[in-house]
Design a protein around this ligand. Sequence first.
Ligand SMILES: [Zn+2]
Ligand SMILES: [Zn+2]
Length: 176
Amino acid sequence: MTMQGSMQVRKDWDTYFMDIAYMASTRSRCPRRFVGAVLVKGKKLLGTAYNGAPMGVPDCGEEGCMIAETVELETVDGEERQVLKQRCVRTIHAEQNLMLFTNAADRVGATVYVTDQPCWTCANILANSGISEIVFHRPYRKDHERVSTMLANTPIIFRQLAEYAPPLQAMLGYTE
Ligand SMILES: [Zn+2]
Ligand SMILES: [Zn+2]
């Protein structure tokens, strides 16, 4: 008996764990951004998290998003201009929840897979969390430069899965 014909290309570990991060993101109740993150060490899953309101507190699905507006500088066609941005501040970010729900000892030398490139605050927290690698999929332009620069000063490996395609189920209902 041969296995020929039934052989499938096996998922690599990056795809496997990023898929799990995307599935965790489907638990998010903030319609503006579904973010999922997982902690992995030695190919073992040590924790999963998504962005959400603190336990017992109404979330965006119940009370609507809590919108904060900020003016940011953006460079468009080489010209710097001020842009008004809206962001939901109701939720604890997935990366921060992941840090709250995992053990410090487990984090040492571990990898965080996160659906979106960490924001400035999360990147700082991750940099001090003991982990040794951050793998993300969707870019987050706002903080890209300062996050990359900051992480380049640490031993943490910071990489994007540019070729990755999320599982279709995880993208249903995603509005951005
Ligand atoms: Zn929200
Ligand atoms: Zn964040």
